[in-house]
Design a protein around this ligand. Structure first.
Ligand code: BES
Ligand code: MN
Ligand code: MN
Length: 465
């Protein structure tokens, strides 16, 4: 397979140009204004799958945004790889912090990406990483190097909680049968340090509304005598963490998996430079749960964060008002073996109990998903390990990530196969932030590594027989 390097080198400009075209479509799943653009992106992904050699590529309508399905079955007796990815992206705001418009991709060099990086919303998460699989497929079919069957399932609702993907899987279990699920929607430790993600956090996303008086009041006439819902909400939120930054919701930690000293020591071997980390974020210090390292706080420990808080007067100048309502969006990142539905219930019960009689609270659950951990002593992991080793000349490091892909735990339950998370993004690629980008080196390295996974997976699977 030495010619994959040559193939990538010869076609790299086209690979970049094609990705840029895909990035121009604003497939923002959270905003219904862009429904047509999601469909347009789905069509483009479908076409790209056909061009890459899929025998079948279809668009499946769902009650939400469509799922793109593609396949190439070369022999029913050979193993099947199912590739999952998403073509939807996060909203780009705040727009004024982008150095170039989010849907007008440009290539710029950065310190970490001297070869250049593509700047656009979705460049790394996940259009760029998803498209690596399409181009790897193209290489394999054009060069007679496809060793097994392939299926693609590319969805358009990942960034809004994959609401209808469970429904799609349930309806298409037979069609989606596979031997391994392959995903590139995570990161790697560094360019010279390949890694395989072996853990993802779960999520429980809540919204709270606190209502005080039935209308906005003059803060001079009523202030001090009537509860201000913003003041109350701030206090309630403040009390959700104690002085050691532990979450105070009763029962919250009940099922949190504790790792042994040996396991923690192993995790701590991953390269990490705290000073560099602070410098990159321009913070004087880090903060988090007492007794855990920064890496642990951001991967194997649960969290509670306010994502947005609003109410009252936020326009120009000053307005003296005691607002009627206050709101906040609060998310909790969960770890195994917390159950997100139970955590949502515990949050609701506790938050209600915190409210003084002077206000009313309304709590809604947005979406959630279970955490995910996978062992490394499996054939699937071995295949991925061998693929990285062949391309990078060293073994990848298994790594727990702090991010969430809630659907992954459902895949294993419903489709009964293991998932391999081969991420090629870097933490500094600014996913979900202004100026998201994806290194061209990373993009091409991904395309180069993926065919080796197919090769080793098929080899190990055949040897098992
Ligand atoms: N690709 C990310 C998740 C991710 C990124 C995992 C980097 C590990 C490393 C995914 O698109 C994402 O953003 N997920 C959301 C959850 C979803 C329910 C909105 C997240 O983690 O916030
Ligand atoms: Mn993603
Ligand atoms: Mn994302």
């Amino acid at each position: 397979m030495q010619d994959i390097q040559k193939y990538v080198e010869e076609n790299k400009q086209r690979f970049i140009d094609e990705l840029i075209e895909l990035l121009k479509i604003p497939s923002i799943s959270a905003d219904s204004k862009y429904k047509k653009d999601l469909l347009k992106t789905a069509e483009a992904v479908k076409e790209s799958l056909l061009k890459a050699g899929c025998d079948v590529a279809e668009i499946h309508e769902t009650p939400g945004h469509p799922v793109v399905y593609g396949e190439k079955i070369i022999d029913k007796n050979l193993p099947t790889v199912l590739v999952y990815g998403h073509y939807d992206v996060q909203p780009p705001d705040p727009l004024d912090l982008w150095e170039s418009p989010p849907f007008e991709p440009v290539i710029k060099k950065t310190e970490i990406h001297p070869e250049g990086a593509i700047f656009a919303r979705g460049a790394c998460d996940d259009k760029g990483q998803m498209y690596m699989h399409v181009k790897a497929m193209e290489y394999m079919t054009k060069n007679d190097e496809l060793p097994c069957n392939v299926k693609f399932m590319i969805e358009g609702e990942e960034e809004v909680g994959s609401e209808h993907l469970g429904w799609f899987i349930e309806k298409n279990k037979e069609k989606l049968q596979n031997d391994v699920i392959l995903i590139s929607d995570t990161g790697m430790i560094a360019k010279e340090t390949p890694s395989i993600t072996t853990g993802l956090r779960g999520l429980s996303y809540m919204e709270v509304e606190v209502t005080g008086p039935n209308r906005d009041l003059h803060s001079g006439l009523y202030g001090g005598a009537v509860a201000n819902p913003i003041n109350v909400l701030s206090k309630m939120i403040g009390s959700l963490q104690d002085e050691n930054n532990r979450i105070t919701i009763p029962g919250f930690y009940d099922n949190v998996k504790e790792y042994s000293e040996a396991e923690r020591a192993k995790m701590a071997e991953a390269p990490f430079d705290l000073e560099e980390y602070k410098k990159k974020l321009n913070i004087a210090d880090v903060q988090g749960e007492e007794g855990y390292s920064t890496l642990e706080r951001a991967s194997i420990r649960p969290t509670l964060d306010v994502n947005g808080i609003w109410g009252g007067y936020t326009g120009e100048g000053a307005k003296t008002v005691l607002p009627s309502k206050a709101y906040a969006k609060i998310s909790m990142r969960l770890v195994s073996d917390q159950d997100w539905k139970r955590i949502s219930e515990l949050f609701t019960k506790h938050f209600e109990s915190l409210a003084p009689k002077s206000v009313k609270v309304k709590i809604t659950t947005h979406h959630g998903g279970q955490a995910y951990v996978t062992p490394i002593d499996t054939l699937e992991y071995q295949a991925a390990n061998d693929a990285y080793a062949e391309v990078f000349g060293k073994d990848p490091i298994p790594q727990h990530s702090g991010g969430s892909i809630p659907i992954v735990s459902l895949f294993e339950k419903e489709l009964r196969s293991k998932t391999i998370l081969m991420g090629f993004g870097l933490d500094t690629d600014a996913i979900h932030s202004p100026n998201e980008h994806f290194g061209i080196w990373n993009y091409l390295k991904g395309i180069e590594t993926i065919p080796y996974f197919y090769k080793h997976f098929t080899r190990l699977k055949q040897a098992e027989k």
